[in-house]
Write a protein that binds this ligand. Structure first.
Ligand code: GLU
Length: 557
């Protein structure tokens, strides 16, 4: 068994710069060798022993040893690096220019993170420039705070933005190129009512506006810009018989009188996405554009603009759809919910925004990593929160201090036991995190319901037997110290904390439900923003700390 375990210890140590994490090794070993599950304790002590031995070797020596006894396990790790190599762009000639182009209607959510991370990844990989382009040409869908929130979110995510472009600053550019298209005879002002237009279009018949001459179109265009006419749009001439009716003479400008949060009522004519996006992608010099498969029809529409101007198209890369379930992601639903008071804010733990995940203790590195793993594959993928949590756990586990938390505390009196001062490690493997003190003095809190007559083992302490429960107080008696007696009597091992000096603690879970209880006294040493593990509960991030109360957000198990 030692030999079988050694491979795993070496593999883990190599992965983490020479030092193995026994719990992680145990998890992997048992997952792949289920027959040892019943001996988990014994396995763990062998792992701990081997980890200490392995630690004495240099990483090179560890690699040499693993190569000797299980070369396939070295390959396994190489596999991951190979995958990184898969994350490549085609046709890279020198530096790349890429953009991340969200609509400022709210902060970024986990769905945005894919494009943000992968653009950043490629720009860093090949060298070049990443432009953040805020697409705010629909005044109805602009949230003024979102401009800053998006910048903050990207900074937190580790995405390096080289230049920021706001589309509402570029209206004159869209007007200039719109006018050019009209002058070239590629676009026209259409006064048909949308219903009528659609009917004709669906039959592949041009509307009468398409025949209007250029002079007249230019006059109408000026009138549009001056707000002198309404109920018109500018359409691009495409192929009126195109197999996809939505591509037939699609609109590129529309009238919108809602004041814009940044420019007020200065403009009443706004470009539509399928116009402003290709104009900007071209003028800003994009070499590669990442977008979801849901944009394939848009890319085809936009190709007409490139053709009319005789421009070369950047490389548009369409990746598969990422299906994300289990969190609220629709910006408009989130916004409504916040306004109605259902959600407490953009960082409410029920929401899938980056700021909500951050508040819960999900590290940006974990999000970056999972998005790299998802990559730019064509196939649709389902997002796995479990995978995200596993990656996050790998990052936070080694520094998270451990504490006891007792939810719905029940008072227990223990007779016949002397006062004892326990020093427990803050972390099972990381000694540098120091120790914490638990003073047992006859009165404790537990979370479990204890039954009369039964034996229980107080974790790290001794075995007790319940005598009676009266007025919500559980009266018990010391029974024995050794672990063996507890096991023979099938004593459940329970967490406990001394009643004295404990601190009221609230854990807010992912449904925004509050779990109220007490944490041990030394929990007071934690800092706001620190991530700790409450044993048996899971990892939480300390959000707020007062003298008599600590509020935490639940991250994951
Ligand atoms: N603002 C658009 C979006 O977020 C741009 C997407 C694109 O052109 O690729 O959907």
């Amino acid at each position: 068994m030692r030999d079988a375990i050694l491979k795993y210890v070496l593999q883990n140590a190599i992965k983490y710069s020479g030092k193995a994490n026994p719990k992680a090794v145990l998890g992997k070993f048992l997952a792949e060798n289920a027959e040892y599950r019943k001996n988990a304790k014994e396995v763990l002590s062998i792992i701990e022993e081997l980890s200490k031995e392995v630690e004495k070797l240099s990483v090179e020596e560890q690699i040499a040893k693993l190569k000797e006894i299980a070369p396939e396990m070295l390959e396994e790790d190489k596999g991951k690096k190979e995958k990184d190599k898969d994350l490549e762009l085609k046709d890279v000639k020198g530096k790349v220019i890429m953009r991340f182009a969200p609509n400022p209607s709210g902060p970024l959510h986990i769905g945005h993170a894919r494009a943000a991370v992968l653009n950043d990844y490629f720009v860093k990989k090949y060298g070049g420039k990443l432009i953040l382009r805020l697409e705010d040409t629909d005044p109805k869908r602009v949230l003024p705070d979102a401009y800053d929130m998006i910048k903050e979110d990207l900074e937190w995510l580790g995405v390096k933005v080289d230049e920021i472009v706001i589309q509402s600053d570029r209206m004159h550019i869209y007007y200039e190129y719109g006018k050019k298209l009209i002058e070239m005879g590629h676009a026209y002002v259409c006064a048909c009512n949308p219903e009528e237009f659609r009917e004709l279009r669906n039959k592949g018949i041009p509307c009468k506006c398409r025949e209007r001459d250029i002079e007249e179109n230019l006059e109408l265009w000026e009138k549009m810009l001056n707000g002198e006419i309404e109920n018109v749009a500018v359409r691009l001439k495409t192929d009126i018989k195109h197999k996809n009716p939505s591509i037939r003479d699609f609109p590129i400008f529309r009238i919108e009188k809602t004041p814009h949060p940044r420019t007020g009522d200065k403009y009443v004519v706004y470009p539509l996405m399928n116009f402003s996006v290709p104009i900007d992608d071209h003028l800003l010099g994009m070499t590669h554009v990442l977008r979801g498969k849901d944009h394939i029809v848009n890319t085809e529409k936009q190709s007409y603009i490139y053709n009319h101007f005789g421009w070369e198209m950047p490389e548009y890369i369409h990746y598969g759809i990422l299906k994300i379930e289990g969190m609220v992601l629709s910006t408009s639903k989130m916004h409504e919910g916040i306004k109605e008071g259902i959600y407490k804010g953009w960082d409410d733990p029920r929401l899938g925004t980056l700021r909500a995940l951050r508040r819960r203790g999900i590290k940006s590195e974990a999000i970056y990593e999972i998005m790299k793993r998802i990559g730019i594959k064509q196939a649709d993928v389902r997002f796995s929160w479990e995978n995200l949590y596993a990656i996050n756990k790998d990052i936070i586990d080694k520094d998270a201090r451990r504490f006891f938390f007792v939810e719905n505390p029940k008072k227990v009196v223990v007779k016949d036991a002397e006062k004892e001062v326990l020093h427990l490690r803050m972390h099972p493997d990381n000694k540098e995190l120091g120790t914490r003190e638990l003073i047992f003095d006859g009165e404790i809190y537990v979370a479990d319901e204890l039954e009369e007559g039964k034996m229980y083992r107080l974790m790290e302490l001794f075995n007790i037997v319940v005598e009676k429960v009266e007025n919500n107080i559980i009266y018990t008696k010391y029974h024995s110290r050794d672990f063996k007696t507890g096991r023979e009597n099938k004593a459940k091992i329970i967490h406990w904390i001394p009643t004295k000096d404990c601190i009221k603690t609230i854990i807010i879970d992912t449904d925004a439900k509050e779990h109220i209880g007490f944490a041990e006294k030394d929990f007071k040493v934690v800092n706001v923003d620190e991530i700790v593990q409450f044993e048996r509960v899971g990892f939480v991030r300390v959000d707020n700390k007062k003298d008599d109360e600590v509020i935490c957000y639940f991250a994951h198990k």
